[in-house]
Design a protein around this ligand. Structure first.
Ligand SMILES: Nc1ncnc2c1ncn2[C@@H]1O[C@H](COP(=O)(O)OP(=O)(O)OP(=O)(O)O)[C@@H](O)[C@H]1O
Length: 607
């Protein structure tokens, strides 16, 4: 029981993680730590030896040499230890960062990145090296080393006193140990994870990020958020300081109690040593050695160990809590094969996609977004899904990408349950443009073909998306890089479309487009979408859109309402039906006016 608790303690977990992660460097670090810890006790013994030799008039060569060696070691070991600790800190940070990346990237699903209860540990494990809540790891290694050395050096000095009597080391260990324990209460911010602290930290970080990131710069100025942000940052930061101060300020009572205990213990021991020296029971050498050892034992006093260990072990503990939780929350369950099951045959060509009584609620919620959702998307067709905001359209796309699995029902690809298809293979067959597609800070070529490919293919995909004259393929797509540029929202959307088209050309036969033209101008939109349809003609294409000028171009349309498919048919069929689709279409199809390149009004009668 006691053993289990010890091995679960943050300091234990920290040292085990460090030693496992960087064994060679850790061994050198531990060796130097042991050397530094023994030095004060060794110096006390050596000083006694030297003084004894002087008093006895004997040859001083050996004790002086020993003293010299210890002296040099005492000068050299700390800076060397600091250098090794810095290297070790950097390597350990890398290791922890890599473990976090693995924990976030390893699960096939994305549920683990949306769990609110994991966000606190995630922040600790991700941001520990930024210096917001304590020194970065490479600096903290020096605090850890220093405070462990003090503690062990004190213990080693106390052990020298066994040469005097059995009770002396025990007395000093108990006295300084209790001081350590009493004062520890003042130095460590134990309740740093209360709701109030978490909330103040989150508000502080949010205000800080909002004020310093370009994305929010326009709105912050337009809505006059600047003073509000500053105030919010100041107030919450101040609250954090107050909470930290209250938790870690020196406790007068503890201090007084500690002083009384160590004064009594040391006074008694030194009195006994002096008495024995007068009585001739101790030689001069012994007296000097034991008095030196008694002073050395004082190193056990507070020394900041708890604080240093608390900061150093926080990311390790957060990571160890996260790893299993993220794995469980993000993993997708592939059903165990039943007896007689054969692995699905390799698929070829654009598939039929069928949703069969699919019911799905997001993890941590009990409201199903899709309820007994049935839909068949014919092989090689173009298919649009429409519906009001929040109807569940993007959720259908996420399920199709297998970012989540439904709680009931199944999605069948050419009749095979999606959960039975090898996930990497399925995703390689899918080309998608999401509503919140990523703008990679990479050259244009990598934005179109992140996994590489022929320049000609990238250029052809850009041309198909109407983005061939944007920039050279080598141009970095972010202003922060030499020669880098940024482009408009609509131009970015064309690049994202080019990425999907390039994947189709490379063999993907399912295309998923979630609001792919929302940022394009009206004429650009219609033109680009028909080009995309041409480029993806052999694939099963699923379009999610609120733009009926785009939607009407596809073969089949489904209206989703409250998680169910309420109307399915072609544009003409649904208009003739006069139901939900017709209503939405009519609202959008009323006349609207746009200015052309010369500033002339162009009136559109219908979409
Ligand atoms: N990660 C999530 N966790 C919990 N609920 C979510 C999550 N994502 C979406 N929802 C909820 O699921 C419902 C459907 O969302 P979804 O994004 O599928 O709608 P949508 O039809 O695509 O809407 P829009 O037209 O606005 O894009 C909404 O009520 C939304 O609040």
């Amino acid at each position: 029981m006691a053993r289990t608790q010890l091995t679960q303690r943050p300091s234990w977990r920290f040292f085990v993680t460090m030693t496992r992660a960087v064994p060679g460097l850790s061994a050198v670090w531990w060796a130097l730590l042991a050397l530094r810890s023994l030095l004060p006790a060794a110096l006390a013994v050596c000083t006694g030896w030297l003084v004894g030799a002087v008093a006895a008039g004997s040859d001083l060569t050996t004790p002086l040499t020993a003293f010299g060696i210890l002296f040099v070691a005492a000068q050299v070991a700390p800076p060397l230890h600091q250098v090794i600790g810095t290297l070790l800190g950097h390597r350990l940070s890398n290791e922890l960062n890599e473990r976090l990346l693995t924990a976030t990237l390893e699960p096939d699903g994305i549920g683990h990145l949306e769990r609110g209860d994991l966000s606190n540990d995630l922040t600790t494990a991700r941001d520990f090296d930024l210096g917001m809540t304590g020194p970065p790891m490479f600096i903290n290694m020096d605090f850890v080393a220093g405070s462990v050395v003090l503690l062990l050096a004190g213990v080693a000095s106390a052990l020298v006193l066994f040469g005097y009597s059995w009770w002396a080391p025990l007395l000093l260990l108990a006295a300084w140990g209790s001081t350590h324990w009493l004062l520890r209460e003042s130095g460590v911010w134990r309740d740093r994870n209360t709701d109030e602290v978490k909330s103040a930290r989150r508000h502080t970080d949010y205000a800080y990020t909002l004020a310093t990131e370009p994305a929010a710069a326009k709105e912050v100025r337009l809505f006059g958020f600047d003073d509000w942000l500053l105030e919010r940052f100041r107030t919450n930061r101040l609250r954090l300081h107050e909470l930290q101060y209250a938790a870690t300020r020196l406790r007068e009572r503890s201090l007084l109690g500690a002083l009384v205990i160590v004064l009594c213990a040391n006074g008694f021991l030194l009195f006994m040593i002096a008495r024995d020296a007068y009585a001739g029971a101790l030689t001069l050498q012994q007296t000097v050695t034991f008095a030196g050892a008694a002073f050395g034992a004082s190193l056990i006093a507070f020394g900041g160990l708890s604080w240093a260990m608390d900061v150093a072990s926080a990311p390790v503990m957060a990571l160890e809590a996260l790893e299993p939780e993220m794995h469980a929350a993000g993993s997708l369950v592939t059903p165990a094969p039943r007896p007689g099951d054969r692995s699905p045959p390799p698929r070829r060509g654009a598939p039929e996609i069928r949703f069969e009584k699919v019911t799905f609620a997001y993890p941590g919620t009990d409201r199903p977004v899709l309820r007994d959702f049935d839909l068949t998307i014919p092989a090689g067709s173009s298919f649009a899904i429409v519906g009001i905001n929040g109807a569940g359209k993007t959720t259908i796309a996420k399920l199709l990408c297998r970012l989540y699995d439904p709680q009931a029902g199944a999605i069948r690809i050419d009749g095979v349950d999606l959960r039975e298809l090898p996930i990497a293979q399925w995703r390689s067959e899918l080309a998608a443009v999401f509503q919140d597609f990523v703008r990679y800070e990479l050259p244009l070529r990598d934005n179109v073909m992140p996994l590489g490919g022929e320049d000609a293919a990238a250029s052809a995909a850009l041309a198909a998306a109407g983005a061939d004259r944007l920039a050279g393929l080598d141009t970095p797509m972010a202003k922060g890089y030499p020669g880098g540029i940024d482009v408009s929202g609509g131009q970015w959307q064309r690049i994202a479309l080019a990425r999907a088209i390039a994947k189709v050309e490379a063999g993907a036969d399912v295309v998923l487009l979630d609001e792919p033209t929302a940022m394009l101008d009206v004429r650009g939109e219609a033109e680009i979408f028909s080009r995309v349809l041409d480029a993806t003609a052999h694939a099963t294409t699923i379009l999610i859109s609120h733009r009926f000028s785009t939607v009407r171009q596809v073969d089949h349309i489904c209206v989703v309402e409250e998680g169910r498919a309420v109307e399915v048919g072609s544009h003409d069929e649904l208009v003739a039906l006069g139901g939900r689709y017709r209503t939405m279409y009519d609202v959008q199809a009323s006349r609207f006016v746009e200015l052309d390149d010369e500033g002339e009004e162009v009136v559109y009668e219908s979409l």
